[in-house]
Design a binder for this molecule. Sequence first.
Ligand code: GAR
Length: 233
Amino acid sequence: MTSPSAKHRLPIVVLISGDGSNLQAIIDRAADNLPVEIRAVISNRAGVTGLQRAQQAMIPAHVVDHTRFRARDDFDRELIRVIDRYRPELIVMAGFMRILGQDFISRYAGRALNVHPSLLPAYPGLDTHRRVLAAGERGHGVSVHFVTSELDGGPVVAQARVPVLPGDTAERLAARVRAEEHVLYPLVIGWFAAGRLKSSGGKVTLDDVTLTQPVEPLHTADERHASIPARGQ
Ligand code: GAR
């Protein structure tokens, strides 16, 4: 499959804190038909696997180590400084585990996405797989949402569900959820890159239709592998 031409690629910066398996999924799709240019990867932790993935893909990789800043605002300011050097049109949080302040959130309002391992608004925060198992839930999943000042609370664009199976451990459940993240997140990023997905004033539209609930686009095998149109097509 031919890659979309460079001039039609949406510039993005990806924020990570760890393994970067979602970053890898985006890198892989960008090498195929996802029309984004990953201009930089920024981690708040040094030495994480996600940084190696970026380097392997020849993407500029930076560490903005939160432990080196006394105040959260100082960390946010430095993060903004590094991000803005790359002039991204979308900020992609992919396992980025820091809470950001209001200035950061306002600056990138409507152009920052996050992936979260639960069916939001259920189970915001950490340790979702263990909490889902402890509650005896039969189902679990992943959400992609726009970032707002509320932790894991911005408008949810899309979700994918997975069953909780007998004998599941948090690790097995996490792996099943993560496999869905790797399909769902690039798909939603592709919608944004194609100009199909917009967020403004708390309202999210997909193809000019206001979303009143998250879409679940991975229901059929065909949709899982749907091609993502280039920007402007
Ligand atoms: C993913 O499961 C992502 O949903 C989660 O961290 C993991 C990162 O994995 N994010 C959050 O919990 C954000 N609240 P990765 O580093 O392999 O992409």
